[in-house]
Design a protein. Structure first.
Length: 131
């Protein structure tokens, strides 16, 4: 027998199609995980940003305390301006982004949370540091 029969060609086509579908699924999963990692990186950078702002204004560090879902302060002090700018960045860079800052003596705990489409609950990043 010479050449391929129609059945052999169809089987090869089915096998190739299944392989390409699997490859497309891997690509989709990779993109989703990359986006999740990007959001976590943004949350980490934002947490370090407010920690640096608190360190730069250590004399007024208690003014940086902020609860989750709190609205941005509207005053003109350095701490209020920092918090206002920072919360704006959190809301703009993270989907449904929210954040809190808790201060206990010279220990600062920063929590940033956002809606990650891969999870059924809000995803959060928490950082505790001394100032």
């Amino acid at each position: 027998m010479k050449g391929f029969t129609l059945l052999e060609v169809l089987i090869a086509l089915v096998i190739l199609s299944v392989g390409l579908l699997g490859l497309a699924g891997l690509q989709t999963t990779g993109l989703r995980n990359n986006h999740s990692a990007y959001l976590r990186s943004q949350a980490t950078l934002l947490a370090y940003d407010i920690a640096d702002r608190i360190r730069a204004n250590k004399a007024n560090m208690n003014a940086y305390a902020l609860a989750l879902s709190a609205s941005a302060p509207s005053g003109t002090s350095v701490a209020e301006t920092d918090l206002n700018q920072w919360l704006t960045h959190v809301e703009n860079r993270l989907p449904e982004g929210d954040a809190s800052v808790a201060i206990n003596n010279e220990i600062v705990t920063i929590q940033v949370q956002w809606n990650d489409s891969r999870s059924t609950t809000m995803t959060s990043f928490s950082m505790t540091t001394g100032v």
